[in-house]
Design a protein around this ligand. Structure first.
Ligand code: MN
Length: 330
């Protein structure tokens, strides 16, 4: 823990040292990516109003629009003397903008497995439920110096709530709840937050009904679904909406792994894969198909139906073996 205190002190000093701080997250953002960057930005701005704090992202997610804007126009000349902070991004190839390479120095703050160490200063704790949890821990460590606001607390709480599956995933610890509790005391409007997270468009519910019709199940309990372009058009789905379909399959008894294949419609025939599992870590399957991620939530890419079926078969064989060699799964 002393080590982490050292790196946290270093990061605090770096933030103090620079007049301009540029924040980056991973592309195709989720609530944690947006929450951790916007939350840290809000803390820095509240603590040091004279500092320039900007978000450098080249994409956005419509379903997170309620969290507000996070694409600041930043002219090239503003990078050379700036500190770049990249949050919630395990692999530097997945950043929301490549312009981080123009920054004078880079800080990495993340909770993914550190397979691709990067940055001049790196603080990674892969047991944390969310990158937002690290930002709240950072605030808590230096709370005599840092200013938390209701706005910052709301961003950070949103990230913890979304990345932990509403405090359901195994990474959730007593510390997660303590830090989330600390945020709640800043007066977060959780009723509005959860309305933003849960309300569905009518068409989305129709899509959900379709998912339950169309999903398939292998012999050993791998549920999977292919969301082709026609389906995405029929139900007016963004890529994020289509990817979200994976979570619709998460509560089937005896099914330890569920996978959504999303046709992107690009020239290469790219099919994006979302893998999820309960009890049995499945990221090694993702790694065999150009992907990776968390033990029970990972992503991969396949390029045709053959590869799609290979992946399903690999997952099925692994789940069969897992069930034969483990007890207590449901
Ligand atoms: Mn995250």
């Amino acid at each position: 823990m002393t080590n982490n205190l050292e790196i946290k002190k270093t990061i605090l000093n770096k933030i103090k040292e620079y007049d301009r701080i540029l924040l980056f997250r991973h592309f195709r953002p989720d609530g944690d990516a947006v929450g951790s960057t916007k939350g840290l930005a809000a803390i820095i701005k509240a603590t040091w109003p004279e500092k320039e704090v900007l978000h450098v992202n080249e994409d956005y997610a419509k379903y997170l629009e309620f969290m507000g804007s996070e694409n600041d126009p930043v002219p090239e000349e503003k990078f050379a003397d700036a500190l770049g902070i990249i949050l919630d991004t395990g692999d530097i190839g997945r950043t929301s903008s490549k312009k981080h390479s123009l920054c004078k120095e880079i800080v990495k703050i993340d909770h993914h497995i550190d397979r691709d160490p990067y940055g001049d200063y790196s603080w990674v704790e892969d047991h944390r439920a969310a990158a937002c949890e690290l930002v709240v821990d950072f605030y808590d460590t230096f709370k005599d110096e840092l200013v938390m606001t209701k706005e910052a607390a709301t961003y950070l709480y949103t990230g913890i709530v979304t990345d932990s599956g509403r405090f359901r995933f195994r990474e959730v610890s007593g510390e997660t709840l303590r830090l989330a509790g600390l945020l709640l005391n800043f007066g977060i409007d959780t009723e509005t937050l959860y309305a933003n997270l849960y309300l569905d468009e009518f068409s989305q519910l129709k899509f959900k009904a379709h998912v339950y019709e169309a999903m398939k199940m292998t012999e050993n309990g791998v549920a999977y679904l292919y969301v082709d372009k026609a389906m995405q058009e029929e139900y007016n789905l963004s890529q994020e909406d289509a990817s979200a379909s994976v979570s619709y399959m998460d509560s089937i008894k005896g099914c330890l792994c569920w996978i959504a294949f999303i046709e992107t419609g690009d020239a290469e025939g790219t099919i994006r894969v979302r893998l999820r599992s309960r009890f049995a870590p499945i990221n090694h399957i993702a790694e065999q198909f150009r992907g990776g991620g968390h033990a029970c939530a990972s992503g991969a890419t396949v390029y045709n139906e053959d590869e799609l079926l290979q992946l399903v078969n690999a997952a099925d064989a692994y789940i069969k073996e897992y069930k034969e060699t483990h007890e207590g799964w449901l």
